[in-house]
Design a protein around this ligand. Structure first.
Ligand code: FAD
Ligand code: SF4
Length: 560
């Protein structure tokens, strides 16, 4: 429980990928940190990665029980009877969209650790090619940072998180400080060799925040499979048992759970943030906590919701919004195109509960690269995440011995999904819905998001190239698809409080400090000026640590 009379040095809102790092960096440096987290505390007792289906009350067959309270969150296959209570109750925490622009705001986790409890863990660096994308094709804005500036922070984060992967020497996808990769299957090795030979494309083991070697008291992964249910051996990266635990252990970080931040409180005379007003989820009481600086890390939409709800007479459009761009340029990743095909089984045998590699393979972007051919139909690019399924022939027919034999014929299927960059557009935005509040009385977001012509053209190309890749790999019975997103985007939202050097066109500086209020920072993906096709979280974490170092320097100067 927070001591309401205590003034902290920094309030961090949100304990996920960014908030965990902010707390660790600041608290270990000796600052007194209050961590406001809307969700419940996480604990090993909640981890069920080894619990068999038959131990569940409904054998995970009662979807209707989950959809009663989580009609949106349960649209994700990782939200199951095992873990659904980790996710936000959609009825308590609604949002709205125009009828013709459905947006499935998935992965809203309400536990310490946020989305890192259930994330897919693919961890990829951005490059200068991404940071300067606007210079290449004229779309959007460049980033106000260079690769050289963020590189030491990638190194620092990776050495702590533990990323397995294979160095490939690609300039547009810089290599990380890798732990050994998880091996490719025989089918994927064939795909890798043939893709390189025939197309010049790279198929590489997934770069993933799963340990292949023990690290700082966390054991190497033992291939049990369902990381989204937690991990007793702490072998994947989850802020709950890594960064947040370290911060709390330092003695300088107070975790205040069930604390739903409503707004940033301002000292109007000094134009400085002075605290945060939050609602206790259990008692619905409003409480205040004070500090010298405020850092929002609540996930892009949630942080921007807080800024918009913090409007004052001096900041009528929301805090940090003198440019008018706050809430605009929402991006995510399209992920509704890809393909699959049958590969030779070689001698691989299916098992019912054998070891299960928790990661697959990755195909780095190969379209519209700096020195390569440019597509006539779209700008930017996409990568593929893929996997091999080795299974019994469940469609076997017949009876007796013949049936048994047919059932044991190994089925080997490779599948891949494209993750494509979405251009930042003004008309993809969030605003406060004036007619709706959540269970805590906090005004909710109205989200306007749709794909534009660039995304539509890219989706088609993703399907075509998935087919090309599978064919090059020797797959049979190839199936490709390119569906419009229908409201379903990758949970990689970014960009609605973008960084930039020009305060007239951006909300945050290159150190994620609001241009308008010097002691107010937003350190999640809200600040991304664009959303390259690589998964965002590694960059979220690296940027956050860099910005915390800046914040501490400013504090030492006595600036706030
Ligand atoms: C299923 C899934 C798979 C994913 N796979 C990948 C992947 O493979 N690679 C990758 O890079 N990324 C992946 N992501 C995305 C990744 O999880 C996010 O990019 C990352 O966690 C974002 O970090 P964050 O700190 O911004 O937010 P989060 O990690 O979501 O943390 C935000 C925290 O803030 C809390 N919060 C929200 N509002 C408030 C409030 N008002 N007051 C107090 N607290 C609040 C939340 O409860 C939450 O704990 C995946 C996400 C999901 C859901
Ligand atoms: S597969 Fe590995 S990282 Fe995932 S839950 Fe099992 S041991 Fe942990």
């Amino acid at each position: 429980m927070a001591d309401s009379t205590q003034t902290y040095d920094v309030i961090v809102v949100g304990s996920g990928a960014s908030g965990g790092w902010a707390c660790k960096r600041l608290a270990e440096a000796g600052l007194k940190v209050a961590l406001l987290e809307a969700g419940r505390p996480q604990s090993d007792k909640n981890f069920t990665e080894h619990k068999p289906l038959f131990d569940l009350k409904y054998r995970d067959l009662a979807k209707s029980m989950i959809t009663k309270t989580r009609p949106i969150q349960s649209g994700f296959d990782i939200c199951t009877e095992y873990n659904y209570e980790w996710f936000a109750n959609d009825l308590d925490e609604p949002y709205s969209t125009p009828d013709d622009k459905p947006f499935h705001w998935l992965g809203r986790v309400r536990m310490t650790g946020g989305r890192t409890n259930v994330w897919g863990r693919v961890s990829l660096r951005f490059s200068d090619f991404d940071f300067r994308a606007a210079s290449h094709d004229g779309q959007g804005e460049n980033w106000p940072i260079t690769y050289k500036e963020i590189e030491p922070y990638y190194d620092l984060v990776e050495e702590y998180v533990g990323i397995c992967g294979l160095a490939e020497g690609l300039s547009h996808l810089p290599d990380s400080k890798f732990q050994p990769p998880m091996p490719l299957t025989c089918q994927e090795t064939l795909l890798r060799n043939r893709a390189k030979q025939k197309l010049g494309w790279t198929v590489t083991p997934a770069r993933s925040a799963n340990l292949t070697k023990s690290l700082k008291g966390r054991a190497a992964c033992h291939y049990c499979g369902p990381c989204e249910r937690g991990c007793q051996s702490k072998s994947y990266f989850n802020s709950a048992f890594t960064t947040v635990a370290d911060a709390v252990r330092s003695g300088n970080c107070t975790l205040i759970s069930n604390a739903m931040a409503y707004k940033v409180l301002m000292d109007m005379d000094r134009n400085r943030a002075q605290g945060v007003l939050y609602v206790d989820r259990n008692t619905l009481e409003q409480r205040e906590v004070s500090a010298r600086a405020v850092v929002l890390c609540a996930q892009a939409q949630e942080s921007v919701r807080i800024l918009l709800n913090s409007a004052t007479t001096q900041h009528p459009g929301g805090l940090g919004n003198s440019s008018g761009v706050l809430g605009h340029y929402l991006t995510a990743h399209i992920r509704s195109a890809g393909g699959s095909g049958e590969m030779p089984a070689f001698d691989t045998k299916p098992t019912l509960r054998g070891p299960h590699r928790p990661v697959g393979f990755y195909v780095p972007r190969f379209r519209n690269l700096k020195d390569g051919p440019q597509s006539k139909n779209f700008v930017r690019g996409y990568g593929f995440e893929g996997d091999t399924q080795i299974d019994f022939n469940w469609l076997a027919t017949g009876f007796g011995e013949a049936y048994k034999k047919s059932l044991h014929e190994t089925q080997s299927q490779i599948s891949m999904t494209g993750f494509g960059e979405v251009l930042p557009r003004w008309d993809n935005f969030v605003e406060i819905d004036k007619n709706k509040v959540d269970k805590f009385g906090i005004p909710v977001l109205r989200i306007h998001m749709s794909n534009g012509p660039n995304e539509t053209a890219m989706l088609k190309d993703i399907a075509d190239s998935a087919g090309q890749l599978l064919e090059a790999g020797g797959a049979k019975n190839i199936h490709t698809y390119a569906d419009p997103p229908r409201g379903r985007w990758a949970v990689h939202e970014a960009g609605i409080a973008r960084m930039g050097n020009d305060p007239k066109k951006s909300v945050l500086t290159a150190f994620q400090q609001t241009h308008d209020v010097r002691n107010l920072f937003v350190m999640d993906a809200s600040g991304f000026p664009s959303n390259p096709c690589q998964n965002p979280t590694l960059t979220i974490m690296a940027l956050c640590v860099r910005s915390c170092d800046f914040l501490m320097d400013e504090m030492k100067k006595g600036d706030f």
